[in-house]
Design a protein around this ligand. Structure first.
Ligand code: AMP
Length: 216
């Protein structure tokens, strides 16, 4: 069981890059944000626990996240290659991921740190729109759909995530700085970190990541 990680602040482009890398390189995409939003929608026990934290832009407690991710990986086999998007976000989560991957006879191959300046992150998050049906990402100005409010891929309705309002965005960026940023150093010291400038748009970002994957 091996994995690559997409690490970076909210708005760094993890979700959009993940869609393209999944299609081009065949990794199993695990987005803990998507899993939690689905759990909230279904009204599961985890969804009910997570809802309030997500609305305020706080992190869902590690205990909940560890249950969610362990259950997701339990079904996996030794040959599986995962791409984590939005996980780990704390040191405890990173420790757990190391343990689970090692148990599965593998480990982390690369950690892609997607780096963009703060004003770019805020502009991306405030304009982001997502398809309710298939989850595809759009942006009002950077990546507009062909028809306003309608998904290019499946015709689904586009919506704005409730935590993409400006005050919650600021909280999420602060939480990232306090809880997640230190992971950059952890993976740099392990020789796994690849810094990718993610301010230049989704296509370039995905190409930069794919170039590293092709070489390895
Ligand atoms: P995302 O879609 O990755 O921006 O995540 C949306 C929200 O889900 C975050 O603001 C957190 O409340 C929660 N969340 C997602 N992944 C994690 C994680 N690894 N640890 C804790 N909370 C998470």
């Amino acid at each position: 069981m091996k994995a690559i990680l997409l690490l970076g602040a909210p708005g760094a482009g993890k979700g959009t890059a993940a869609e393209r890398i999944r299609d081009a390189a065949g990794y199993i995409h695990v987005s803990t944000g998507d899993m939690l939003r689905e759990a909230v929608k279904q009204g599961t026990a985890i969804g009910r626990e997570a809802d309030g934290y997500m609305k305020s832009g706080a992190l869902v407690p590690d205990e909940v996240m560890l249950r969610l991710v362990e259950a997701r990986l339990q079904a996996g086999g030794p040959e599986d290659a995962y791409m984590f998007d939005g996980f780990p976000r704390t040191v405890r989560q990173a420790d757990l991921l190391d343990q689970v991957l090692q148990r599965g006879g593998g480990g982390i191959e690369h950690v892609f740190f997607l780096d963009s300046p703060r004003d770019v992150l805020i502009q991306r998050l405030t304009g982001r729109r997502i398809c309710r049906a298939c989850g595809a990402n759009f942006h009002q100005t950077n990546m507009p759909p062909k028809r306003a409010g309608v998904c290019d891929h499946c015709g689904g309705e586009l919506y704005q995530r409730p935590d993409d309002c400006e005050s919650t965005i600021i909280s999420r960026l602060d939480v990232y700085n306090q809880k997640t940023e230190s992971l950059i150093e952890r993976y740099r010291l392990k020789g796994l970190l690849r810094r990718i400038d993610s301010s230049g748009g989704a296509d370039k970002l995905a190409q930069d990541v794919l170039r590293v994957l092709q070489k390895s």
